[in-house]
Design a protein around this ligand. Structure first.
Ligand code: ASP
Length: 323
């Protein structure tokens, strides 16, 4: 029997001092909500879904209630969940009327499909018995204010500041944020768990990036980009500007580092972030677990909100990474 583990994150960015406690408390609450059941035999797949549910319901984060608004002032949610035992994968994107898109992603896993988007995903959710809500219920005042601020800056695009640039002749490609917003609010959520049966699962849920173009899908719901799990290696969930994470398939790359080089999860997470920065000048954070139950957390942003259950009891929760 394997000793269970769970790790969650609540986004990687420069988390303002007055919002750090809420980020830490929310991550701790998500671990706390499932840790007991996981130890009593709950499957990892169910544990990551339920942990993400807690974070989606918490308005602190850019997922479910509290998600960022797109350029039309609307919320579009993306989520994915993956079973490391079977490599079964479920995802949804651009859903607007559901608090828990990860629950829809989980139901998608039970079909012959992997990924549903927009209206089709919403219809599937209703047919699966998941209750829809008024999209206005997801919107929080903080994000309306941010939307109005960003809209007031003519021509501003969050993505411009992070658009990957060609690598220069000397191999340096730093398009470290150049716009007026060096650190846009983010707060994608994710979880990775290992259960008593030795199975690993990962899940990620997000509202994406502020002011994103309607219909834009980031890394979070893409297999191997923002979410990945494989019992043979480990599981990972990413957060950061998705356009870079997609290009280097960051979570799959991180899991491969566990296999190929025999790296520890901390080293694998660091290598994956280094890869992202070296190849596309990206900024992101990553949580991981390997099949031996070792945790990995790394970011090249200032903070990553995260929490994990300690083997000896208790929960470690922080926005700073122990390096
Ligand atoms: N990765 C998410 C996206 O690009 C955003 C985030 O992690 O904050 O959609």
């Amino acid at each position: 029997m394997t000793e269970p583990r769970i790790i969650v994150h609540g986004g990687a960015w420069t988390i303002p001092a007055d919002r750090q406690k809420a980020h830490i408390d929310g991550c701790r609450a998500a671990v706390d909500a499932v840790w007991g059941e996981l130890q009593r035999g709950m499957p990892a797949l169910e544990a990551v879904r339920l942990a993400v549910n807690v974070l989606e319901a918490d308005p602190t984060y850019d997922a479910g209630r509290g998600a960022v608004l797109n350029a039309d002032g609307q919320i579009e949610l993306d989520a994915a969940i993956m079973d490391g035992a079977t490599l079964n994968f479920g995802a949804v994107a651009a859903v607007r009327s559901f608090l828990h898109p990860v629950d829809i992603a989980r139901k998608v896993m039970d079909t012959e499909f992997c990924f549903l988007v927009g209206e089709g995903a919403e219809r599937f959710a209703r047919e699966s018995g998941i209750a829809a809500i008024d999209p206005a219920e997801l919107v929080v005042e903080r994000e309306v204010r941010l939307f109005n601020e960003l809209r007031a800056r003519a021509g501003f695009s969050t993505h411009d500041a992070f658009r990957p640039q060609a690598v220069t002749a000397d191999g340096t490609a730093c398009n470290c944020p150049v716009g007026p917003e060096p650190a846009m609010p983010k707060g994608t959520v994710g979880a990775v768990a290992l259960d008593a049966a030795g199975n690993i699962a990962a899940a990620t849920s997000t509202g994406g990036t502020p002011m994103k173009r309607p219909g834009r899908v980031g890394d979070s719901p893409l297999c191997g980009a923002g979410t990945y799990a494989d019992n043979e290696t480990g599981g990972a969930s990413a957060t950061g500007f998705g356009e870079g994470i997609i290009r280097v398939l960051m979570t799959r790359s991180a899991c491969d580092f566990l296999r190929d080089g025999g790296a520890s999860p901390d080293e694998a997470a660091r290598k994956a972030i280094d890869l992202l920065h070296r190849r596309v000048s990206g900024h992101a954070g990553l949580i991981m677990l390997d099949r031996h139950g070792r945790y990995g957390v790394h970011c090249n942003t200032e903070h990553i909100a995260h929490a994990y259950a300690l083997p000896g009891g208790g929960i470690h929760a922080d926005v700073d990474v122990r390096r």
